[in-house]
Ligand binder design. Sequence first.
Ligand SMILES: Nc1nc2c(ncn2[C@@H]2O[C@H](COP(=O)(O)OP(=O)(O)OP(=O)(O)O)[C@@H](O)[C@H]2O)c(=O)[nH]1
Ligand SMILES: [Zn+2]
Length: 319
Amino acid sequence: MSRGAGHKHARKAQAAQSLAQALVVGMHGRHVVIETDAGERHIAHARGKKSECVVGDRVHWQPAGDEAVVEALAPRRNLLRRQDEWRTKSFAANLDQLLIMLAGEPMFSESQLTRSLIAAEDAGIRAVLLLNKVDVPAAELARERLAPYRAMGLTVLETTLTADPTAAHAQLAPLLAGHTTLILGPSGTGKSTLINLMVPEAAAQTGEISQALNSGRHTTTTSTWYWLAAAGDDAPRGALIDSPGFQEFGLMHIAPTQLAELMPDLRTHLGGCKFYNCTHRHEPGCGVRAALEAGQIHPNRHRLYEALWDELEAGQRAG
Ligand SMILES: Nc1nc2c(ncn2[C@@H]2O[C@H](COP(=O)(O)OP(=O)(O)OP(=O)(O)O)[C@@H](O)[C@H]2O)c(=O)[nH]1
Ligand SMILES: [Zn+2]
C-alpha cells in the first residue's frame, strides 16, 4: 500500500468512527438488520466483506437512499464461531453467556456438547447447561450423562418448559436478566418454546425483522436478536439470540495442542506430565492419563478428546 493510500484508509476509518452506532439484530444473505439506539430498525448493506458483521455487533452506519450502509465495525468483546474444513461461521458477538439446551428426547450428542463448550472456552464466554423436558423418561439417562459436566463445575439447570412454564420462567428470568445470552442446542430440545416463554412479543420482533427485510416470512436461517423485557426502569435490558447450526460444530480454528487447556476436567490435571509436550494420549508418566485411570476423568471425555485431536490434526495437515 502506498503512503497516500494508507492516509486515505486511516481518514476513512476515522470518518466512520464519527458516524452513529447501531446494533446488528438480524441477518439475511447480504443484508443485515440494524437497530439504532432510539429503537428504529433499518435494513443495511455492509460495505466491504459482508461476512464481517454478525448479530450482536455494534456498527457505525449512515443512511443511503432507502437503505443504510454499515461503514465500520466497532471493536468486539468476543465472538463465538465454528469452523469446518471449508468455512468459518460466526454465531454472534459480544455475548455474556451461552445457554446450551439439551434434552433426553431427542437424546443430545455428547460430542456436540463438548464441541460447543470448547468453542465457548476458547472465546472466553461462560456457558450454562439447561436440561429441558425432564418430564420425559429419557431425562434420567440424559441427567446421568451430564454428571461429568456438573463435576467439572458447570451449572446444569433443569426445566419442563411445556409442563411447568411458570416454574421455568421463575428459574430462568434471573439468569437472563440484563445479559446477552446465545441459545444453542440441537433441534427439538425446546429453543423456540423457551424464546416464546421468555419473550412474549418474540413473534412481533421477528416480524419487524422480516418486514425490514421485506421477505414476509421467518428469517431463522441465521441468528436473531430478541429483547427481553426490562427488569426495572434503570436495569439494563437483557437479550436472547437464537441460532441455528448446533450440528457440524467444527473446531478447525483450534489447534490440537490447545484442546486439553479448553477442557476443564483435563486442564485440572495438566502440569504433572513427564514430557513437556505430552499429548496425554500414549505417553508414559502422563498426569491426565493417570487421572483417567483413577476415575477422575470420565472415559467419554478422554475419548472425545482423542477423537477431536485426530480430527483437528487431520484438518491442520489438509489446510
Ligand atoms: N415433554 C416436553 N416437551 C417439550 C418441552 N419443551 C418443549 N417441548 C416440545 O418439544 C418440541 C420441540 O420444541 P421446540 O421449542 O420447537 O424446539 P426447538 O429447539 O426450537 O427445535 P427447532 O426449531 O427444530 O430447532 C415441541 O413439540 C415442544 O412443545 C418439555 O419441557 N417437555
Ligand atoms: Zn500428559
